[in-house]
Design a protein around this ligand. Structure first.
Ligand code: SF4
Length: 358
């Protein structure tokens, strides 16, 4: 059976081809020129091209839906080889600036939000992905291919700075081996060359796996989806909190070898009447004492049938300014791509619903 060529790190590929340097050439074709057919690898012998195409494939997913929001965010829905689908979001962090002569003054900045599983086991009560349950882990190749397929789709030169966040469908640390493999492949300087410092693993907080990731010393950033300051509320929002409670996550973060020049990101999804009071803000300050943290406050985006509501702007502002006044850096995340339902799982759900009704 053929294997996905994007499953392999450069070192592994070097052992699969007759000469080491050929692995670098292959990496260049796939990750910098985004080719999809081994026959296009013109500096590789005909025999090797033939052998590669008999043993491996380069492309395993196709874009089945693509929605562009007014702020430039693009949401992709990919069909995988087994017919399942995952979504990936390309977020435009800043616009390109061009002067009157047509010269680029400032390049656009992109962040790609990757999925790591089809569905998810964590079962967060506010999440649409959770409603479909867990189906399967993505392979390393399927995680990596999301980046390549998007860069190819928007014609983004390989050397343009891009950030990666593992924050799409699924809990990345629940698919740790494939995640680690993908981080290494995406980081390789002969390929996509996106340094681990530009990659962030966002987790709902599987404390022992935060430790495992830390021990590997990859240099990747970590972000925690905290969303609540006491276990009672967090148990309701993220049932897995019963196994790994807030305190165990905080302790794991304190052990994590993060870059001390940077802040650890805590995502806090604000839900009206659930976790948006000043009392919560006070508890948050206490909880994060001793951690160089940054809080990203996110508006909950209601979807049809959701049991929660979007918080008031005023409450959100009050919450953020209270944190900032106490020295805890807090920002309100602009709801990028809101007009295309950019909360995880929403595009996939729409597509499934449409295909079921057609
Ligand atoms: S929010 Fe993330 S971790 Fe929670 S169920 Fe959804 S995909 Fe899983």
């Amino acid at each position: 059976m053929k294997k996905h060529i994007m499953d392999f790190t450069l070192e592994e590929l070097e052992n699969l081809v007759p000469k080491k340097f050929q692995a670098k050439q292959i990496y260049g074709w796939i990750y910098q020129k985004y080719i999809t057919d081994f026959q296009e690898m013109s500096n590789i012998s005909k025999e090797l091209r033939q052998e590669l195409s008999e043993k491996y494939y380069i492309s395993s997913m196709e874009i089945i839906n693509r929605q562009v929001a007014s702020d430039g965010t693009i949401k992709y829905l990919f069909r995988l080889q087994d017919g399942r689908s995952v979504e990936t979001v390309l977020i435009k962090m800043r616009d390109e600036k061009i002067d009157k002569n047509g010269d680029i003054l400032q390049q656009a900045r992109w962040t790609i939000c990757l999925s790591t599983q089809v569905g998810c086991k964590v079962g967060c009560s506010f999440c649409l992905t959770a409603k479909g349950g867990f189906v399967r882990d993505l392979t390393a190749g399927e995680i990596v291919e999301q980046v390549v397929a998007i860069k190819r789709d928007i014609n983004l030169e390989h050397n343009r700075k891009t950030n990666i966040v593992y924050m799409g469908m699924g809990e990345p640390l629940d698919n740790l081996d494939n995640l680690v493999q993908a981080i290494k492949i995406i980081a390789n300087q002969n390929g996509l060359s996106i340094s681990p410092k530009r990659q962030t693993v966002s987790t709902s907080g599987i404390a022992p796996k935060i430790d495992k990731l830390g021990i590997l010393g990859l240099g990747v950033n970590i972000a925690i989806s905290l969303h609540a300051v006491d276990d009672e509320v967090r148990n309701e929002l993220i049932p897995m909190n019963r196994a790994f409670n807030i305190q165990s996550i905080i302790e794991a973060i304190k052990r994590y070898p993060y870059d001390t020049r940077k802040r650890v990101m805590f995502e806090y999804l604000m839900i009206k009447g659930v976790n948006d009071s000043l009392k919560d803000a006070k508890k948050l300050i206490k909880l994060l004492q001793g951690i160089k943290a940054k809080i990203n406050l996110i508006y909950f985006n209601p979807y049809p049938g959701s049991i929660y509501e979007r918080p008031n702007e005023e409450d959100m502002e009050k919450f953020a300014s209270y944190l900032n006044s106490k020295g805890l850096l807090a920002t309100i995340r602009a709801s990028r791509g809101m007009d295309i339902s950019a909360a995880c799982g929403q595009l996939r759900e729409q597509h499934v619903r449409i295909s079921q009704s057609s």
